[in-house]
Design a protein around this ligand. Structure first.
Ligand SMILES: O=C(O)CCC(=O)C(=O)O
Length: 295
């Protein structure tokens, strides 16, 4: 990423993502300032069966015949095209075709990424291979998803309302994180658009004439190794680069803490569409509604 040197440090005291080995829930809460700061947890995933078992052969045996939805991109940026305000299409392919494509990857017209695919709904056979982290009360767990892709895939800059435990099983990911307070430098799409949680910027080739405040944005960076779990708190912006040819991750979404819904991105909704946002929050917290920003 071609950002200037002065952008290297986050604005808070946090300028590095700490690693913490198998924390207890209390230690986790303390280290993340009550689920508000990112951290990398080591040692948890090594205990999962998935960590020992999930090779391409194993996955092909267990789920190979399934049809899966893969997102399709022409330029490896998934699954939004920020520059054209466009949500990319997906297509159904057999799982073995996806794995074959990943292993044989060559220069092609289109690229695939299995993103955010519910384990419970689509791959229940794999559920016994993973363990819900101790930091998520079962009643606060929203969804557990599988991600399978290949090096070069990019998930562009966005935030999620849910707290996210991104758990790397195979391959590594490079991740850039911007605190919620950086929102005014990151040019999210309009609160009324279909992707209000996505930045309009391509941060690898930022159009500074159009988005001049981006030069003030500060970020922190980490490499997530296989066996590590990155905790991404509510409203922390993240851009994710897959590094290895085979890249497999699981992410757990946990309900946000109520007070965190009013950090900078949430305040935009509150100021601009207060009624809709409050109804959305009521549904999220009291009626078990979705935490996706479909407001
Ligand atoms: O791993 C990726 O490519 C993106 C992950 C992500 O954006 C998420 O878990 O919210």
């Amino acid at each position: 990423m071609n950002m200037r040197v002065e952008n290297k440090l986050a604005p808070t005291s946090l300028n590095k993502i700490e690693r913490i080995h198998k924390p207890t829930r209390e230690e986790f809460k303390h280290a993340t300032r009550s689920y508000r700061q990112p951290i990398i947890i080591t040692g948890e995933i090594a205990d999962w069966k998935a960590f020992a078992l999930w090779s391409m052969d194993y996955l092909n045996n267990v789920i190979g015949k399934k049809e899966v939805d893969v997102n399709v991109s022409q330029n490896k940026i998934f699954s939004f095209d920020p520059e054209n305000e466009f949500i990319l299409p997906y297509k159904k392919i057999q799982f073995t075709d996806l794995t074959k494509w990943i292993l044989e990857e060559k220069k092609v017209e289109e690229y695939y990424y299995l993103q955010q695919s519910s384990l419970k709904i689509t791959f229940p056979e794999l559920l016994p291979d993973i363990e819900i982290p101790n930091y998520i009360d079962k009643k606060l767990l929203i969804i557990t998803n599988l991600w399978i892709g290949t090096g070069g895939n990019i998930s562009p800059l966005h935030w999620d309302l849910a707290q996210n435990f991104l758990s790397q099983v195979r391959g590594r990911k490079r991740i850039l994180l911007f605190a919620p307070e950086q929102t005014s430098f990151l040019y999210p799409f309009s609160v009324n658009s279909e992707m209000p949680h996505v930045s309009q910027l391509n941060i690898d080739k930022p159009n500074i004439e159009k988005f001049p405040k981006f030069l003030k944005a500060k970020y922190i960076e980490c490499i997530l190794e296989p066996g590590e779990m990155l905790f991404i708190p509510t409203f922390w912006w993240h851009q994710v680069y897959s590094l290895e040819q085979l890249n497999i991750a699981v992410n757990f979404w946990r309900k946000p803490n109520f007070q965190d819904c009013f950090r900078a991105p949430g305040r935009r909704f509150l100021l601009q569409i207060p009624h809709k946002y409050l109804v959305f929050l009521l549904n999220t917290f009291f009626k078990n509604g979705s935490v996706k920003m479909e407001i």
